[in-house]
Design a protein around this ligand. Structure first.
Ligand SMILES: *[C@@H]1O[C@H](CO)[C@@H](O)[C@H](O)[C@H]1NC(C)=O
Ligand SMILES: *[C@@H]1O[C@H](CO)[C@@H](O)[C@H](O)[C@H]1NC(C)=O
Ligand SMILES: *[C@@H]1O[C@H](CO)[C@@H](O)[C@H](O)[C@H]1NC(C)=O
Ligand SMILES: *[C@@H]1O[C@H](CO)[C@@H](O)[C@H](O)[C@H]1NC(C)=O
Ligand SMILES: *[C@@H]1O[C@H](CO)[C@@H](O)[C@H](O)[C@H]1NC(C)=O
Length: 500
């Protein structure tokens, strides 16, 4: 999915016109990108070159698991990658990496950058990476019309996994008693947990990293955690300066005085004049988006929460407003040096093309948020400094957008239905580990140390000072104490699932 680290944003953005600035509701992380960034930092990438992993397909995946029993079923080809180089033969486990809103990669099953492949070596596991329907080359329908996207649901994706498991077991002559363990993080981390809930006996256990299972529409808590992360690194001086800057920025956005418009143009360079409150939301959301990236990608980026606080606190003669403008400009590149301010273009047109997209993920993921999960990242109701961005409300970033893009107006009922099915944080599921980090914005909807887990056989692994999916990175000598601890917890749990 969308890469949101600043360095990559700059690179990616150069392929777009500035008006295509990334809508902030897509501020999700491609975990694999993030991990590869971290890998490059640790120079692990070059170790992977010796092995070639072929692309494989499960040819008879079902389009509709709920209705294909009557009449002739429709099949489609689901892509996967597998590696048996560490597999110990009968009695040894299968480790499944669940892909979500991303393109599956041939490198995942042999990656030196992932903790789960380290565990696969230790436990002699057969390793699989299965692509999610509607992403990459796993396309069940001829286009991505809203009507076809009705087959893009977590429930269908989970049934795909079960069906795939039967196919794989048969095609590799695996014993029916082979223990399977599922791994993933973020949205597919939710799938890892829900899989164990829906099919308790198919999987010995799951590791569900940074999994925001407590789905909701107005996800203002996200920005509370971004605030918390800034405060963690920069204290009051950092957050107070930012608050002052955001307050002045909002005042400029709200003003129609010529001198305010001139200041806004000079400091933030809106891509086009703002005509509506939706346009005003867009520019505020884009300025906010930079901080979402710093927080979510803190562990893999070169510039994170610590750096942004250092810039905010620096005695460089800039006013708080000018500092906010300077930090916003980090998102610019030579070909894309304005701040998105056209709602129709940035939020609606950018995800309205129904042509099958095997590279991008924006339309698919946006549909999933409107159809099932919510996750509208808002500021207005947050309690920290981002509450200054008063145009960034759930009505605009979520309800209006879902209506304008997909014609979906009953989002709340859809989210409620999903919540009733999987029970949010009250899920009663066995053998699931829920790692999460204290400065990960998504941790607000994930299991942490304050969650009372309904099932004593599942557990929280709440990690001090880490952001999104940090536990998924391979263990390295530079790991902090809490990360070392988290890896020990996960390793011990996997050993437990396998009776080792
Ligand atoms: C993955 O695919 C790329 C492009 O085809 C290729 O260069 C690379 O060697 C492959 N890596 C693995 C591990 O198969
Ligand atoms: C599975 O078993 C069948 C029948 O014994 C055999 O023909 C086939 O080659 C085996 N496949 C694998 C992948 O071991
Ligand atoms: C991310 O957080 C850690 C502390 O948990 C910190 O040491 C590191 O410098 C941060 N990364 C960036 C780029 O700020
Ligand atoms: C901004 O982008 C435009 C169009 O690509 C370019 O002509 C201009 O030089 C850029 N300005 C800056 C300050 O990068
Ligand atoms: C969560 O609880 C565990 C077990 O008591 C503890 O080791 C860990 O440090 C706690 N995490 C945080 C972030 O407080």
């Amino acid at each position: 999915m969308v890469r949101v680290s600043l360095a990559t944003l700059a690179v990616a953005a150069s392929f777009y016109l500035c008006a295509d600035a990334k809508p902030f509701f897509l501020k999700q992380t491609n975990i694999l990108d993030q991990i590869e960034d971290a890998q490059r930092k640790n120079q692990l990438e070059s170790d992977n070159v010796a092995i070639t992993i072929p692309e494989q397909y499960f040819e008879k995946q079902l389009l509709d698991h709920s209705h294909d029993n009557c009449g002739e079923p429709t099949y489609w080809k689901q892509r996967y990658f597998s590696y048996d180089g560490s597999y110990g033969g009968p009695g040894s486990p299968v480790f499944l990496y669940i892909n979500g809103e991303n393109i599956a990669r041939n490198t995942t099953v042999v990656s030196k950058g992932l903790f789960f492949t380290q565990l696969a070596k230790k436990y002699n596991a057969y390793v699989i990476s299965l692509e999610h329907r509607f992403y990459g080359k796993s396309q069940p329908t001829s286009d991505m019309s809203t009507n076809n996207l009705k087959y893009l649901t977590a429930d269908q994706a989970l049934a795909d996994i079960a069906n795939f498991q039967d196919y794989f077991t048969q095609s590799r002559n695996l014993s029916s008693t082979t223990p399977w363990v599922a791994f993933s993080g973020s949205y597919p981390g939710m799938l890892a947990a829900w899989l164990k809930y829906l099919y308790p006996t198919r999987f010995a256990g799951s590791i569900a990293s940074s999994a925001p299972i407590n789905i909701k529409a107005d996800f203002y808590e996200y920005m509370n955690i971004v605030h918390r992360g800034l405060h963690y690194f920069g204290g009051d001086e950092c957050t107070n300066t930012l608050q002052e800057g955001l307050k002045q920025f909002h005042a400029l956005v709200a003003s129609d005085k010529p001198e305010d418009i001139a200041t806004l143009n000079k400091l933030f360079n809106p891509c086009s004049p703002m005509k509506t409150d939706l346009d005003r939301m867009d520019i505020e959301a884009n300025v906010m988006g930079a901080y979402q990236g710093f927080a979510q990608e803190n562990d893999s980026a070169d510039y994170g929460l610590k750096n942004v606080c250092a810039d905010l606190i620096a005695r460089d003669g800039l006013s708080p407003l000018e500092k906010v403008a300077k930090i916003n400009a980090l998102q610019f590149s030579p070909g894309s040096n304005c701040t998105g301010s056209d709602y129709q273009n940035d939020w609606v047109n950018s995800v309205s093309d129904i042509t099958t997209d095997i590279v991008g993920i924006n339309r698919q993921w946006t549909f999933q948020t409107c159809n099932e999960f919510g996750f509208g990242q808002t500021a207005a109701k947050s309690t920290g400094v981002f509450s200054e961005l008063k145009y960034v409300t759930v009505d605009r970033v979520y309800y209006q957008m879902c209506k304008d893009v997909f014609g979906i107006t009953d989002t709340d009922a859809r989210i409620a239905e999903k919540k009733a099915k999987y029970h949010g944080l009250d899920i009663n599921v066995e053998n699931v580990v829920f790692p999460s980090g204290t400065i990960d914005p998504w941790s607000a909807l994930a299991v942490d140390n304050s969650t009372h887990l309904a099932n004593p056989k599942s557990k929280a692994v709440y990690i001090e000072g880490t952001s999104h999916c940090r536990d998924m990175y391979a263990a390295a000598a530079t790991d902090s104490g809490p990360v070392v601890w988290a890896h020990q917890q996960i390793d011990a749990a996997v050993g437990g699932f396998l009776g080792k």
